[in-house]
Design a protein around this ligand. Structure first.
Ligand code: GLA
Length: 715
């Protein structure tokens, strides 16, 4: 498909903005009298004349609406403001002195700038009755149809503060369509990223996290279609939020009005967050995209955007890691870890990660969090001897930390109980025997950075698993009652600041984002991590559903997956080793079992599969992902194709054989139709047309059968 260049334009006379991405256009205009921006278009490319006509027609249409009891603009606003004639949920609710909640503004100006590979438009609105500016930012990229939006509020007053009750990043307006089917992700601990599709009625649908983390329970992503889109075809609108704390996604629709989805940080009723005199607050980015390529097309666009614009070092090939957690739990010591490391290296692992239990008095989950000194009984010479051994075995060394936490039974909590979230005179609730540190406090941020910097400076570490194992409760900050509402925002920016500073100072260290599994999976964390620990649930059957949901937006390059022991601690299921490997090979492969207990046969099979993964991982980690069938279908597959279509990998799974049926052909995608591909089954060579039009028939018999097919284009 021929590509056009991205561009932004704003016509000051008509107030029309037009954003062009390679394959889409997006348009809105600023109302002449009230200066309310009204959305008009999002879809395949249109011209500036089209955009001007749409603005005129929409102005006329809204002016002719019967004004009783309703606002004609409702649902059409680019960014709905609280106050005035506005009855839907607002994206912006500010409270000025005197309990005035209405925002009235006028356009103060606009700016168009260009950077490397992107173009930006800013519309700057000035509040009519206060010294305050609100800037709506738009960015388009030359190599993506994703549009980035964010908002910057500046309190220009030298004396008055303003309370921010709601400050969303964007409102995404859907076009007129018969139905509005919303795909979203739900779940819980050990069951993250479950895909659901639901019809929007004339009501509000709120998905949010009230937990201070992105959460296992919902993910800030949606895809909207008219009920007819499939994996390969159909018009799909999709958006997300680059944020790792509490958030809200609210879809609203009233009779005869468009569906509008607001996305922003902070759950409902979180605040307010006070904006001090002269303070500036910049929201996280909300990104949105339109595609005609169905749900698969939307995922391709998200994955490519993530790899090009979000993930640092996306071009790297992630190593096969071994993690000690399921093997040794809290029972870690130098000799035990050394033995595990030898076995892991023997399997072909490239990175050895020492999980929980190495620091403070951390011999179980009741003590030690916050005391980031090496436990001298378990590691008498510090971590160095183990690290040296791991390096001598040819592996990198990684370490688990949980920097936002303390156990009450820790030296740091005894010294600084005021550093945790709590209400004066109340006993804060423990979860997993731990409390959350107040990272909205600059002194705590500084302390956390100092501890981790010292750890990384004193030890030759290549990888950090950053965990976060409980949600916020008792969100109090008794020393600063007026600033209490800040914590939902400032904790997250505090975490970001620590990781960013550590990455700058220790560029050789990769980060894995973890929150009791997948409690903090989002583009905000991805921007400062190298991979996600997707779920504590390593049961291969459940995992395929979790991975299916994860893949809707997040790329396989960021999906860390381990093969662990039997029976899995969840479901107590026994799934053959090869099947478990094939499921984990769909992302960044890792191993997390007690290797001493593996039989010689298992070890040999694991070694073979790890070797095979190393040969194909560039396709999995950097190729385009195609979901071939829902995970519940037998046999369903995931396929990866390199950008030049010269190689592909297909992982096929059959959970259960039923009715004595034999596998049907699986039609592949994304290959060159006129190319010829050799299958690694002994030499069959087939054309792309046959592979995609007829398919390959996998040889699968019985339950938990799986296979990996590697295809190479022959010239
Ligand atoms: C969380 C993580 C696990 C493990 C434990 C350690 O649950 O998700 O992988 O690191 O903490 O306590």
């Amino acid at each position: 498909m021929s590509r056009r260049l991205s561009a932004v334009s704003y016509d000051a006379g008509s107030g029309v903005l037009l954003l062009d991405t390679p394959r889409t256009s997006y348009s809105a205009y600023v109302g002449r009298e009230d200066h309310i921006p009204i959305h008009t278009y999002w879809g395949p490319p249109i011209t500036a004349e089209d955009a001007a006509c749409l603005a005129e027609a929409t102005t006329e249409r809204l002016a002719s609406e019967w004004p009783c009891f309703r606002s004609p603009a409702n649902g059409h606003e680019e960014y709905p403001l609280d106050g005035g004639v506005q009855f839907g949920r607002a994206a912006l609710t500010l409270e000025f002195p005197g309990a005035v909640r209405s925002v009235e503004w006028r356009l103060g100006g606009h700016e168009i700038t260009a950077g490397a590979g992107h173009h930006d438009l800013v519309l700057r609105f000035e509040a009519r009755h206060h010294d305050l500016t609100v800037a709506l930012h738009y960015r388009v990229h030359d190599d993506s149809d994703v549009i980035d939006r964010w908002v910057v509020v500046r309190n220009d007053s030298a004396t008055d503060s303003v309370d921010v009750h709601r400050l969303d990043s964007a409102a995404w307006v859907m076009p007129e369509q018969e139905r509005h089917r919303m795909s979203h992700l739900t779940g819980r601990w050990a069951a993250e990223t479950q895909l659901r599709r639901t019809d929007l009625t004339e009501a509000r649908l709120v998905l949010e996290s009230r937990r201070g983390i992105t959460s296992h329970h919902a993910n800030p992503w949606f895809a909207m279609d008219d009920g007819t889109a499939t994996e390969e075809y159909g018009r799909v609108y999709s958006a997300t939020l680059h944020w790792s704390g509490s958030w809200r996604m609210l879809a609203q629709r009233d009779m005869d009005e468009p569906a509008q989805v607001l996305l922003g940080w902070g759950h409902e009723g979180f605040g307010p967050r006070r904006l001090e005199p002269r303070e500036i607050l910049r929201t996280p980015v909300s990104s949105g995209l339109f595609t005609t390529g169905g749900f698969g097309g939307a995922s391709h666009a998200w994955h490519e955007y993530a790899l090009r614009h979000v993930l640092p070092g996306a071009e790297e090939v992630r190593p096969v890691l071994f993690n000690s957690w399921e093997a040794t739990g809290f029972d870690v010591d130098e000799a035990g870890q050394r033995a595990l490391a030898r076995q892991a290296a023997d399997l072909g692992c490239e990175l050895f990660v020492l999980d929980d239990g190495w620091f403070g008095r951390r011999t179980g989950d009741r003590a030690g969090l916050g005391d980031w000194w090496v436990n001298g009984e378990r590691f008498p010479g510090g971590l160095r001897p183990l690290i040296d051994d791991v390096h001598a075995l040819g592996m990198g060394f990684g370490l688990w930390i949980e920097p936002e936490m303390v156990n009450p039974d820790s030296d740091v909590y005894r010294a600084h109980p005021e550093w945790t979230y709590h209400y004066a005179g109340r006993e804060p609730k423990l979860m997993r025997h731990q409390l959350v540190l107040n990272l909205a406090r600059p002194d705590v941020v500084e302390w956390v950075f100092g501890e981790l910097d010292a750890l990384l400076s004193a030890n030759d570490i290549q990888f950090v698993k950053w965990d976060m194992n409980r949600p916020f409760t008792d969100p109090g900050w008794p020393e600063e009652p007026d600033r209490q509402g800040r914590l939902w925002f400032d904790h997250v920016t505090g975490v970001y600041a620590v990781i960013d500073a550590l990455r700058r100072k220790h560029p050789g260290v990769a980060f894995e984002a973890c929150s009791g599994g997948g409690g903090r999976i989002d583009f905000g964390m991805m921007a400062r991590s190298d991979q996600f620990w997707v779920s504590d649930n390593t049961d291969a059957v459940d995992r395929r559903h979790i991975q299916h949901g994860f893949s809707q937006i997040y790329p396989a390059r960021t999906m860390s997956c381990w093969v662990t022991d039997l029976p899995t601690f969840i479901n107590k299921r026994r799934v053959p080793l090869t099947y478990r490997f094939h499921v984990a090979m769909a992302g960044v492969l890792g191993v997390g079992g007690d290797l001493a207990a593996w039989t010689g046969e298992e070890t040999a099979e694991a070694r073979r599969l790890i070797g095979q993964y190393k040969r194909i991982r560039h396709i999995v980690q950097h190729g385009r992902l195609h979901r071939l069938g829902e995970p519940a279908r037998s046999a369903a597959a995931v396929q990866y194709v390199t950008a030049d279509r010269s190689e592909s990998v297909v992982l096929v799974y059959q959970e259960a054989q039923q009715y004595d049926s034999h596998p049907r052909p699986i039609r592949l995608r994304g290959l060159a139709e006129d190319g010829r591909y050799r299958l690694d089954d002994g030499g069959t060579t087939l054309s792309g047309a046959v592979l995609m039009g007829h398919g390959v028939i996998p040889s699968l018999t019985g339950d938990y059968a799986s296979t990996l097919i590697h295809l190479e284009r022959v010239t």
